[in-house]
Design a protein around this ligand. Structure first.
Ligand code: FAD
Length: 412
């Protein structure tokens, strides 16, 4: 594709956005239902309505050529640089973008990209395209009760029977599984090699016989993620993504896409510096020197994060696959989210413990209850630090005692 210069691109993006979205209205401290949720927490009918709003915008983006900006053209993307994508995100944030849901992000920014990168031409045409356009929605079936940070220890098994794979196992923390058409699943297909080498990825239809989704009730009151049980689920070989044994490469690439989406994405997640400032003003706390100090600290960290995101975007080559720098922006984003909640709680004082009826204050509980989850999703803070230490700073790796075939590891 012809690569527009960045100024032309900015103007073009802004003009298109103005045709489909209203300008952003800014922080609204008076709204009772201000959208400060980190993870959505809605009853089923409202969740479906929100999904439809999100899908309408994602379809418009896809049809206008603004989806998957950095994915190479031969994989179905626009083939632009990360700087183009960052500019689009900046311009987008000046508009009233429908609040996205976890499932939309997982579909568009994780699963679609991985299927586009690793899938067959048929999978790209049939599935990746439909995921990018959100005609089909896809969840991420990676984590298991005994495999979170140590994802390569997963135990869900897939056994080949001719042109079919038979899958048995359990996944957990699957965001949006109830509304998904497919799940990108990792399964062990060869237990006799080291754990990372014996994993294969599949697209599993969520309505296949043997797939059972059980919602998990969260402390925030909602049930945005789920347990997924798989019993004798039969999946045709044409839904295998990548080669048998390539699952770990697909998993790490998908997780890097996830960290990029979490760290650099502009989807509104929880409250921001502007929201805390507006809160402090509305409660008359901005003359308190301690509050001013905390607000300044938050402002500086917000600016630092934005500068890091921009720097990563400038230095990332076009080509679709993010590197370990995705861990930097993810870590900064989760740290900022946690601190934002802490400062909001300090500004509110005792008001944080109950709904006092003061406008906009109770909405902060959604932020405070959701922020801890953000430090886990997509790899915990500690795991990001390990990745930064080993892959960015090139420090000596953690000692590892698991270089044996998976079947010879203790407990197998
Ligand atoms: C909101 C949310 C949404 C999620 N959505 C999905 C989803 O859609 N699909 C999916 O597959 N998964 C999902 N997850 C799961 C998520 O990927 C895992 O929670 C995460 O990888 C951590 O795994 P764990 O919960 O098993 O914790 P564990 O791995 O058991 O970790 C426990 C603690 O030990 C620490 N720890 C573990 N190993 C190390 C180490 N080597 N060095 C230092 N510290 C270590 C961790 O940092 C953590 O503090 C979601 C999680 C959350 C919170």
């Amino acid at each position: 594709m012809f690569e527009p210069d960045l100024d032309t691109w900015r103007t073009q993006a802004r003009q298109w956005l103005a045709t489909v979205l209203e300008p952003a209205s800014g922080p609204d401290t008076t709204a009772e239902d201000a959208d400060l949720a980190v993870f959505h927490d809605l009853p089923e009918d409202e969740e479906r309505r929100l999904l439809e709003r999100c899908r309408a915008y994602q379809r418009a983006r896809f049809d206008a050529g603004y989806q998957a900006l950095t994915l190479p053209e031969d994989k179905g993307g626009a083939g632009l640089t990360a700087a183009h994508a960052a500019i689009f995100a900046e311009e987008e944030s000046a508009f009233d973008v429908p609040p996205s849901t976890e499932l939309i992000s997982v579909t568009v920014r994780l699963v679609a990209l991985s299927v586009a990168v690793f899938g067959t031409p048929e999978q790209r045409a049939e599935h990746a395209r439909a995921f990018l356009r959100t005609d089909l929605l896809a969840c991420q079936l990676f984590s298991e009760p005994g495999a979170g940070s140590d994802l390569a220890a997963l135990r869900t098994r897939a056994r080949r029977e001719g042109h079919t794979w038979v899958i048995d196992g359990q996944k957990v923390w699957t965001s949006g599984a109830r509304f998904a058409d497919y799940g990108l699943l990792l399964a062990r297909t060869d237990p006799d090699v080291v754990k990372q080498a014996g994993i294969t990825a599949f697209l599993v239809p969520m309505d296949a016989p043997g797939v059972e989704v059980r919602p998990i009730r969260q402390m925030s009151g909602g049930a945005s993620f789920n347990e997924v049980f798989l019993t004798g689920v039969r999946v045709p070989d044409r839904l295998r993504v990548g080669r048998p044994g390539q699952g770990w490469e697909i998993a790490t690439t998908t997780l890097a896409f996830e960290r990029t989406a979490s760290g650099s994405g502009n989807r509104r997640k929880g409250g921001t510096f502007e929201d805390v400032l507006a809160l402090a003003r509305s409660l008359g706390r901005t003359d308190d020197p301690l509050v001013r100090q905390r607000l300044s600290d938050l402002y500086v960290r917000t600016a630092l994060r934005a500068a890091t995101v921009a720097r990563v975007a400038r230095t990332s080559a076009a080509g679709g696959r993010p590197g370990p720098e995705a861990s930097l922006t993810k870590l900064m984003a989760s740290d900022l989210l946690t601190r934002t909640g802490q400062v909001a709680a300090e500004v509110m004082g005792a008001r944080i413990t109950a709904d006092t009826g003061e406008p906009g204050t109770f909405a902060w509980t959604q932020h405070l209850l959701g922020a801890p989850g953000y430090r886990l999703a997509g790899g915990t803070d500690q795991i990001q630090r390990n990745l930064i230490g080993e892959r960015v700073l090139k420090l000596p790796p953690e000692p590892r005692g698991d270089r044996l075939p998976f079947s010879q590891l203790p407990g197998n």
